[in-house]
Write a protein that binds this ligand. Structure first.
Ligand code: FES
Ligand code: FES
Length: 226
């Protein structure tokens, strides 16, 4: 064991010695240059990965151009003509083709609910719905909740009344889930509502305030519907 330790120590020491030798050799790298080289190498790797991402996304969009098909979908009461790829998700179409960025993309894999929209009045994760499958169906996003004159939906108003979110990244998903849930149960208990919107996550963990706001939204909605 001591022999192993000695060997390790000696390997380590000789490793250091060889680095020092190469760094200190005439005409060789100075320590400063060596460190700069490591940092620059890291930066180069970082830049390379960005370039890779950019080029793959460019590749994706250029190859998609060939595979895009013009379809019509109904979003927020309007017929929208849009070119979509066959594998394109509704979240992508809404955000990047139709400019409806109120729909957020969190996980992009059906886990967080940030991308929730209503399809035929039922909440769906739009990151997991293919756009071409919503032809002939009614899509509503957070932008479609307020009335024409700009009056907020009662659930949106409740968010303001209760200051219900911190960063609010998750907000549109929660609001859309709540609006969808209230269509089936307009007078829920707090537990029922919590259960009803449990498919939505908040990274700020602001659940208590969110539930206060959503319960207030239910109450607001009952008042205007009475
Ligand atoms: S972005 Fe769709 S569920 Fe998270
Ligand atoms: S308030 Fe920040 S993610 Fe929910």
């Amino acid at each position: 064991m001591p022999e192993d330790e000695d060997r390790t120590k000696s390997d380590h020491t000789s490793g250091n010695a060889s680095i020092n030798a190469s760094v200190n050799a005439p005409g060789a790298l100075t320590r400063r240059r060596f460190i700069l080289g490591v940092i620059a190498g890291g930066a180069a790797v970082g830049a390379a990965s960005y370039r890779f991402l950019a080029s793959s996304s460019h590749h994706r969009s250029s190859s998609s151009d060939a595979g895009e098909r013009l379809i019509t979908i109904q979003v927020n009461g309007k017929q929208r003509r849009v070119d979509v790829m066959k594998q394109e998700t509704l979240a992508w179409t809404l955000r990047y083709k139709l400019g409806l960025t109120g729909t957020k993309l969190g996980c992009d894999r059906a886990e967080c609910g940030a991308c929730t929209v209503l399809i035929d009045d039922v909440p769906h994760y739009s990151c997991s719905v293919l756009t071409h499958t919503v032809r002939g169906r009614k899509v509503v996003t957070i932008e479609g909740l307020a009335s024409e004159d700009g009056k907020l939906h009662p659930v949106q108003q409740a968010v303001i009344d209760e200051q219900g979110f911190q960063c609010a990244f998750c907000m549109s998903g929660f609001v859309m889930s709540t609006v969808g849930f209230l269509k089936t149960n307009p007078n829920p208990t707090r537990t029922e509502l919590a259960h009803g919107i449990s498919g939505n996550l908040c990274r700020c963990q602001d659940y208590n305030k969110i539930l206060n706001a959503m319960m207030r939204g239910a109450e607001n909605l009952r008042k205007v519907s009475a």
